[in-house]
Design a protein around this ligand. Sequence first.
Ligand code: SF4
Length: 155
Amino acid sequence: MRICYVLSVRLTKFTDLALRAVMRLAVATDGEPMTTRQVAEAVDVPYAHMAKAVSRLQHLGVLEARRGRGGGLGLTVLGRRASVGWLVRELEGEEEVVACEGDTPCPLRGDCRLRRALREAQNAFYASLDRLTVADLVASTRRPVPVGLSIRPPG
Ligand code: SF4
């Protein structure tokens, strides 16, 4: 019996830190310009990693860099309204959670029930995230700023 290379439902580090950046910027007030470095520090990731994530998010139209005084990174309207499912799909890509093809394709791949079940599970995972927008992730009646996303006190 072939061993399946099934991954757990786990986001890549890149997706995670991109989502951290989006959430942090979603709670930024209009008068609070944030550089990539400030966002990186606020969500505790290395600057170089955050720069890559910011670049990808800009490419997707989720973030924009506003120039001039008071400028900085900000969420676009799309970024605020985007479904989390769409964003995670874009960041993760459309790969299956199991390597049925690859360099040595699985001989069972033609009509494998496990493969179908895993596809359904993956679709259900994304469908649950489709119900949330980025704005929903930071909306709270009790805490306006998610724990861990507030700016660190100086010092
Ligand atoms: S086709 Fe089925 S048995 Fe083969 S690798 Fe994919 S899920 Fe596993």
